[in-house]
Design a protein around this ligand. Structure first.
Ligand code: PGA
Length: 249
């Protein structure tokens, strides 16, 4: 059976005190989840959040990482730096990184290669923009995003891969994709993974949904047969709503 995963992406929110307080609250309110739970604080607070959550079920996830190993790259954070504070998982290809910071497929492919080479677990985000959804081209977008990056890499550690389907039009907008739309595209992604990696190994890759997940829509979405969890933005900034989403899986 595929593992279930719910991750909270805090983005550029919450300073040191609020970050540690939030993870403490989550642990105090519920310390026995029936899925793998991750939180992704901002870079400067990864270590503190990781220390606070070390004896709990919660794993700590970085929101980004450099494609380079080390050297004169001002403002970048390397895989080794993350590993030195015991961070073993990272989000790659979030649409905000792609759109606001110009990360293209070439860069994302290098980041993926760097992560797999260094045994990092990767949450790889893919998803179409509204205009492509309106033209009915969401499957083509997804296919291209995968072909140009992940599928073009030879040594992918499939056990360290989670795909996050995040339609750009649903991120931070309050408009979530409905469960039929989510199931349809997750099923398509699963077929693409099966075709590329063979059914046996790719069937174990979790495919999670992200985009305006809330306690009142998560159950329906998580009930879809090809949905293995969620990547939660806004609703993960509050312990109560985040726990409700986790519990709905
Ligand atoms: P949202 O963000 O839940 O606020 O829509 C999701 C994400 O960006 O991963």
């Amino acid at each position: 059976m595929r593992r279930k995963v719910v991750a909270g992406n805090w983005k550029m929110n919450k300073g040191l005190k609020d970050s540690t307080a939030l993870v403490q609250e989550i642990i105090q309110k519920n310390n026995s989840f029936n899925c793998d739970v991750y939180v992704a604080p901002a870079f400067p607070f990864l270590n503190e959040v990781s220390v606070v959550s070390s004896s709990s079920q919660i794993k700590v996830l970085a929101q980004n990482v450099s494609s380079k190993s080390n050297g004169a790259f001002t403002g970048e954070v390397s895989v080794d730096m993350l590993k030195s504070i015991n961070i073993k998982s990272v989000i790659i290809g979030h649409s905000e990184r792609r759109m606001l910071f110009g990360e293209d497929d070439k860069t994302l492919k290098m980041k993926l290669e760097n992560c797999f080479k260094n045994d990092m677990e990767v949450f790889f985000c893919i998803g179409e923009k509204l205009d492509m959804r309106e033209k009915g081209m969401q499957n083509d977008v997804i296919e291209n995003q995968l072909e140009n990056t992940l599928f073009d890499i030879d040594n992918v550690n499939l056990e360290k891969l989670i795909i996050a389907y995040e339609p750009v039009w649903a991120i931070g907008t309050g408009v979530n994709a409905n469960s039929d739309q989510v199931q349809e595209i997750h099923c398509h992604i699963r077929k693409l993974l099966n075709f590329r990696y063979g059914k046996e190994s790719s069937d174990l890759i979790p495919i999670i949904y992200g985009g305006s997940l809330k306690p009142d829509n998560s159950r329906n979405i998580f009930n879809c047969s090809d949905v293995d969890g969620g990547l939660v933005g806004g609703a993960s900034l509050n312990s109560e709503t985040f726990i409700k989403i986790i519990d709905s899986i």
